[in-house]
Design a protein around this ligand. Structure first.
Ligand SMILES: C[S@@+](CC[C@H](N)C(=O)[O-])C[C@H]1O[C@@H](n2cnc3c(N)ncnc32)[C@H](O)[C@@H]1O
Length: 223
């Protein structure tokens, strides 16, 4: 999706109400003075910027979608956060950082790309001793994930659910209404129509299995 189309679709505006859960997760971690944080699959960076604001530390947001990173860069500039936040175009399969680089690794909506177990294993060396890994993932295979957390050498500090009703009310319904209006407004723009279709298809897939809309935060500490 081009930067222009991403801005018109403006998913961030609808994602914003859910940022309270990013805050809730961060506030449950033991405080660290100016931590170094890696945000994996940061996209256009709503959690990234909130983490910078809350922590007062340094945040690196990584993603493979340069257009999303360009939008995040614009926000960093506008918010005067250049000293605190940087972006890096790299894959979560191959993160180019030395071992023990980060106090906190953050992953919202991205660990499913590599798989829960592989993400936990491969990202662990990047954490400092007793560092934190916070993962926001679909609420699926919960018991198996708890076992994976233990087996991969993390302590589970807490977990909390965001129920599908919350997602539906606070994100999917308002976003779907917005998409319907855009569909009419940009009926002659094929790129925007394609982007709208992609989003609507994603929502429809979730609606077929409404339980899969629920998500969960896992707050872990490296042992
Ligand atoms: C659901 S979005 C989550 C964005 C952001 N973390 C949030 O919560 O708003 C998933 C992000 O993962 C990124 N992504 C997909 N494959 C990736 C990969 N191999 N390496 C890094 N990021 C990837 C996508 O570009 C997208 O921005």
């Amino acid at each position: 999706m081009s930067v222009e189309t991403l801005k018109i679709i403006d998913k961030d505006a609808f994602r914003q109400p859910l940022i309270e859960y990013t805050k809730k997760a961060f506030n449950q971690l033991h405080p660290i003075n100016t931590p170094k944080i890696l945000d994996i699959g940061c996209g256009t960076g709503l959690p990234t910027l909130e983490l910078a604001r809350m922590s007062g530390g340094k945040v690196i947001g990584v993603d493979i979608d340069q257009n999303s990173l360009d939008i995040l860069e614009e926000k960093i500039e506008k918010m005067g956060l250049k000293k605190q936040v940087e972006t890096s175009n790299c894959s979560l399969f191959d993160l180019p950082f030395p071992d023990k680089s980060f106090d906190i690794i953050w992953s919202e909506g991205s660990i499913f790309i590599i798989g829960f177990k592989r993400g936990l294993k491969e990202w662990k060396p990047l954490l400092k001793d007793q560092g934190f890994l916070v993962v926001h993932d679909q609420y699926q295979d919960h018991a198996k994930k708890l076992e994976t957390i233990r087996k991969c050498g993390y302590k589970l500090l807490n977990s909390f659910l965001i129920k599908h009703q919350t997602w539906k009310l606070n994100f999917y319904l308002p976003f779907e209404n917005h998409l319907k209006k855009l569909k009419e407004k940009y009926k002659n723009n094929s790129e925007i129509q394609q982007a709208i279709k992609k989003e609507i298809d994603e929502i429809s897939a979730f609606e077929e299995d409404v339980e899969s809309l629920s998500s969960i935060f896992y707050l872990m500490q490296k042992l």
